[in-house]
Design a binder for this molecule. Structure first.
Ligand SMILES: Nc1ncnc2c1ncn2[C@@H]1O[C@H](COP(=O)(O)OP(=O)(O)O)[C@@H](O)[C@H]1O
Ligand SMILES: [Mg+2]
Length: 443
């Protein structure tokens, strides 16, 4: 039996490989788009839905080469182009003289070195910092396309939604140039990834490009998908999750595979499993409980900081919108509530609460700036907390603040032990399978 380390199998913060599962619902669409010459891709969906992992695994299976640019807020389009150019380093010979041996044409290699020398020259003369480098006029969209195309490279733009709208227009232009070049370079392709609700929020492209852009929505995982991750892990590590634990983990993960990887990793840790066991080891509810405790402890700082972001009052306004809305959302079950339901709930307390404030604030609460507190399920039309822990934390927060205003800054919700209790209570209430397990154990 092949031996794996637990952290190679359960990967809460990096793309899964060993425990990677194919996503039936999108696999064909993604593979077709990746294989079709000239097709540009926009992959979108909630943060944590598995976009990066999916791409990483599929590119390994299907593509010769790829480069990845990680986009950040405030990044200019020129910098993005320069980042791609810098990464071409590995595909072009380090000396002009060896160019002919390479598959890349001599002319392109010459272009590459010309641009490289221009960049170096401007760096030494102006002593500019890397972030402020100037795009040499020779590094045109066509030139970049040819250089990438000749290297058989696909270009991944991670988190493209973070780029300012004014810069985004240029990407759509670049995509158009790449489409035109695909006659000659069939591997040339841009894949833009964004944690947003629609493809157009990632790249606003022209209607005439419609047929040549594939929009791929990565949904949060279904419970059977998450259970498959646990099963893959079981097989790789020679462990067995007892009884209904797989179902419980899947439910608890609430669509987020990273939660599943975290819990499984901590359960192995609790059972002293570090690598593939020689004889099968059984993981039970006690391990699950330890894992949950560790997960909450570990996450508590980031949960707190997410809440600080969400609840911070940016301006003096009549209402504390985020407070009002998150508190209202707590009164619904974990599946969440529609906007109309939320409005009704809020207006019972504040009859004149403006609908537009609700609409705007809900949008904000989905963004990084507000701790990515909420998610919106398009199919069901429901807003919910993006992580079950957020929901439990919010319930504790509002309960405590409601009862005891004096303790506001130091609410007992910061108390991990209490949070765990609430989590367990929540599990018992929401997930009958979990309840049975806890009851069996006598918790
Ligand atoms: N298909 C998959 N199979 C197994 N684990 C996955 C899969 N997709 C994502 N994951 C896990 O989920 C977590 C988040 O995935 P990621 O690709 O970073 O999401 P996104 O890029 O959409 O934010 C990671 O821990 C990753 O290992
Ligand atoms: Mg990602």
């Amino acid at each position: 039996m092949k031996k794996y380390r637990v952290k190679e199998v359960f990967t809460p913060t990096t793309p899964a490989r060993i425990a990677f599962i194919d996503r039936e619902s999108i696999n064909d669409k993604l593979v077709n788009a990746l294989e079709m010459p000239g097709k540009q891709l926009i992959v979108y969906g909630h943060s944590g839905s598995g976009k990066t992992t999916l791409l990483a695994n599929k590119l390994d299976q299907l593509y010769e080469n790829h480069i990845t640019t990680h986009c950040m807020k405030g990044m200019k389009f020129d910098q993005i182009v320069l980042d791609a150019f810098d990464q071409l380093d590995t595909y072009y010979p380090s000396e002009l003289g060896t160019a002919r041996k390479n598959t890349v044409s001599a002319e392109l290699t010459a272009t590459y070195f010309l641009i490289k020398s221009k960049l170096q020259a401007s760096e030494t003369t102006e002593l500019t910092k890397k972030e402020q480098r100037i795009l040499p006029p020779q590094l045109t969209p066509q030139a970049l396309g040819k250089l990438l195309g000749a290297a058989k490279c696909c270009w991944i733009l991670e988190d493209f939604h973070k780029i300012d709208d004014s810069e985004k227009t240029q990407l759509s232009q670049l995509m158009k140039v790449f489409m035109d070049l695909s006659d000659k370079y069939e591997d040339l392709k841009i894949v833009a990834l964004g944690a947003v609700d629609t493809a157009r929020q990632v790249v606003e492209y022209d209607n005439e490009m419609r047929n040549r852009v594939a929009e791929i929505h990565v949904e949060l995982m279904t419970e059977p998908e998450i259970e498959s991750i646990v099963k893959k892990g079981e097989a790789a590590l020679n462990v067995a999750f007892e009884g209904e634990l797989k179902t419980l983990i899947a439910k608890y993960s609430n669509g987020l595979a990273s939660v599943c990887h975290h819990l499984c990793m901590y359960m192995c840790q609790a059972a002293g499993v570090e690598e593939t066991a020689t004889e099968q080891i059984v993981l039970d509810i006690n391990h699950f409980e330890s894992a949950l405790r560790l997960y909450v402890e570990e996450a508590s700082d980031s949960i707190r900081s997410a809440f600080e972001k969400a609840l911070k009052q940016r301006r003096k306004t009549q209402y504390h919108h985020t407070n009002i809305i998150l508190e209202a959302l707590c009164s619904f079950n974990e599946r969440g509530a529609s906007r109309v339901e939320l409005l009704q709930k809020i207006r019972r307390k504040i009859p004149k609460y403006p609908e537009i404030s609700l609409k705007n604030t809900l949008e904000k609460l989905k963004t990084d700036d507000y701790g990515s507190m909420l998610r919106f399920n398009q199919t069901a039309g429901l807003f919910s907390f993006s992580d079950l822990i957020f929901r439990v934390f919010a319930m504790a927060h509002f309960r405590n603040n409601g009862v005891n205003q004096k303790n506001k800054g130091n609410s007992a919700s910061s108390d991990v032990a209490q949070l765990i209790q609430l989590l367990e209570a929540e599990i018992k209430k929401s997930f009958p399978e979990g309840a049975r397990l806890f009851i069996a154990k006598g918790v």
